[in-house]
Design a protein around this ligand. Sequence first.
Ligand code: UDX
Length: 454
Amino acid sequence: MKVCVVGTGYVGLTTGVSLAFLGHEVTCVDLDQHKVDMLRAGKCPIYEPGMEELLAEAAPNLSFTTSYDEGVPGADVVFVAVQTPSAEDGSPDLRYLRSAAESVARSLNHGFTVVVNKSTVPIGSGNWVDAILRESFAQREDRPAGVEFSVASNPEFLREGNAIADTLYPDRIVIGSDSPRSLEVLNRLYQPIINQTFTAPTFQPRPEDATAVPLVSTDLASAELIKYAANAFLALKISYVNEIGQLAAKVGADITEVARGMGLDQRIGSRFLQPGVGWGGSCFGKDTKALIATAAEYNHEMPIVKAARDVNQRQRAIAVERLQDELRILKGRKIGLLGLAFKPNTDDLRDSPALDIANLLLARGARVRLHDPIAGERFRHEQPELAPHLSESLDGVFDDCDAVVLVTEWAQYLELDWSKFVGLMRNPLVLDGRHALDGDRMRRLGYKYLAVAG
Ligand code: UDX
């Protein structure tokens, strides 16, 4: 089928490259010439394991352009995956989505096209995009005859750092539209994934337990709500284990054991019960906020989702409290933070716990040294105020340090030869913000080991 993807951020790029890999003819449109040039040269503008390999394999079916007219005409499906940053009042800023929809409407020129909202947008945005498309199309003087289109929602559940596996081997595919014809087109588009009929890429083999992928084919509003309801649930699962973790610390229980014992109940499930400094990233914070805001428009309160957000914020502060309890005075102390990205295997810094923790420590007069194996360069650009505190080397972090906090559980830190660094520290205190290190081993090596909860 012929596919156009507007926007080559995380979601758009993964969607475009994966669909091209599956054999569809895909054109990715992005207004950023620099990004388009990079992608044409086979380079990925974001750090995502496997993406460059997939780009190479998909290359025969894939092109990149800055022109809507090269992608939209004749497309069976147009995915709109542009950024929806938070506006000042916290609501998503939909101006890029509006202008993308207007551009799509200007370029449609024949046949039936499904326009799919891939950006995470507030519930109800499908209808809003539909209205913009119709209005912009009606305003065209060169309006061609025989153009038909309808809007669908196809929420994305991919995790950064795991984007390709999550796209090729998803738990489910959700499509929503009020037009049966659109649902049929999207069902056909995803057949190779639904029935797992494609040859798996060598670098991302099919998991042994992979089976046919369930398809949830529903109305527009339900598909839009599924995305928010699922993300908010995952977010509150993390906050729940963190809330229990704080109690575990008080009663002398081990939260890792508690989480394991809970997770083995299949009704609960073991994933997303990892305690620590809490969630970050582009989705959970934004989606929970947007869900509360949408609910407010309908005069509906969401106390559970609100509490999940509060607990998440509190975890960041608790990391600093733990250090203060141990060191008493934070002023003048040197504290190292290991990991700046919001999770391992990405260089994404959005809403990363490390940023809040660093700022809280600085506000208390501590000297901080920041380190990340991958995200350092991005950090320098995006966080100019914190950038002077970056350290290129681990020696620079540990040297004469009063405490080191593991904020992001990069493999490099977990596999570190910790014995080499203990002697460098003035005070060998390690605060494990992810419950990811082996506490007994750390103690044997001479560290004072603490975890954020437990
Ligand atoms: C998330 C959702 O998983 C995905 O389905 C959605 O569409 C986009 O948002 P992502 O933000 O890429 O994906 O990362 P994810 O792996 O879900 O982790 C989110 C955050 O939660 C990270 O900061 C992670 O460190 C934290 N986390 C995750 C925990 O603190 N504990 C856990 O048990 C799991």
